[in-house]
Write a protein that binds this ligand. Structure first.
Ligand code: AVI
Length: 314
């Protein structure tokens, strides 16, 4: 009988087949996150060049009490993409919720991080939900008003139109009388040179390169691929017109491989586009919120103005 893994494998195969048939080859960023990719992503957040995680934690440490004063105690905190990070306990301590509802697509990861949190917060009703938060699903504890939590600037990995749809969907899911606390990595300018962004996505130790190249290793592991990883290199570049960092895998020579029962070939210099990470001005953030049906209420930035944590109300 087909199980969830079979569906995932079929979806990965379909995305690779369709993505590599396009003039600009593309593989969606969601396929980065197998177990190995998730581990490498954790390592990225520790890389000295990758400032977003540390910067957001610093902002949250400073503003959590203000958030608590605004939203009040006794809510259900609904975290989209459940946190193993330092961010969640910081928030929970400051706002004293009645329940915590972490949502993640990976059941194993979710159960482990939920158990650890429940041990640290005795008395908190921890209700993990295994779900893809871009799809429709129901939330527990409908009796409580909610605060959504969407840190990490994960929203930046979506195209602006898809970001509006997702945030509108969060509004519908969270319901009336809800708040949303959401992180945005800010666009370059002022004290933030483009070089800071490019380094964050191309760290000197090569952790982000490993993260990107793991996608090809995954094709070999899961789709009977024959990709020669040494024929490719990681590229990260700023696209000013689209206000985003793009990650690509670039062929170093004319190369080809088999996967999903097909042959694919690339010319030297040709790339596979693997990720977009959009960066925002504060004005664009506000417009995005309003377009998605939220009222931006308060915004906190770090001293350098590199990252913003936003509190919105439905
Ligand atoms: C998960 N997401 C917000 C990360 C980002 O910064 O766009 C993914 C990432 N890709 C390379 N480094 C980090």
């Amino acid at each position: 009988m087909a199980d969830a893994d079979d569906f995932e494998n079929a979806a990965f195969a379909r995305d690779v087949r369709m993505g590599l048939a396009q003039p600009q080859k593309v593989i969606p960023a969601r396929w980065f996150y197998d177990r190995r990719g998730s581990e490498i992503f954790e390592a990225i957040t520790d890389a000295p060049e990758y400032y977003p995680t540390r910067t957001e934690i610093g902002i949250l440490a400073d503003c959590a009490a203000d958030v608590g004063a605004r939203v009040g105690a006794g809510r259900a905190v609904v975290e989209f993409g459940s946190g193993s990070s330092a961010k969640t306990p910081l928030l929970l301590r400051a706002i004293a919720p009645a329940a915590y509802v972490p949502i993640d697509i990976s059941g194993d990861f979710l159960r482990a991080s939920s158990a650890a949190l429940a041990a640290d917060f005795p008395g908190l009703d921890v209700r993990p939900v295994v779900a893809d938060f871009t799809k429709r699903f129901a939330l527990p504890r409908a009796d409580l008003p909610r605060l959504g939590f969407f840190p990490g600037s994960t929203i930046g990995n979506l195209a602006p139109g898809a970001a509006v749809d997702l945030l509108r969907g969060f509004g519908g899911l969270l319901g009336a009388d809800s708040w949303l606390l959401i992180g945005f990595d800010l666009a370059p300018g002022g004290d933030k040179p483009v070089a800071v962004l490019e380094a964050a996505y191309d760290d000197a130790a090569g952790v982000t390169a490993d993260f990107n190249l793991n996608l090809l290793a995954r094709i070999n592991r899961e789709l009977a691929g024959t990709v020669r990883l040494g024929d490719f290199r990681h590229r990260a570049m700023w696209n000013a017109a689209a206000s985003r960092i793009e990650m690509h895998l670039e062929a170093l020579c004319d190369t080809g491989f088999e996967a999903v029962g097909q042959t694919f070939s690339l010319r030297a210099g040709e790339t596979i586009h693997t990720e977009n990470s959009h960066k925002w001005s504060l004005e664009a953030v506000r417009l995005l919120g309003r377009a998605a049906g939220w009222a931006p209420v308060q915004s906190w930035e770090d001293d350098r103005g590199w990252f913003s944590l936003q509190l919105w109300r439905i």
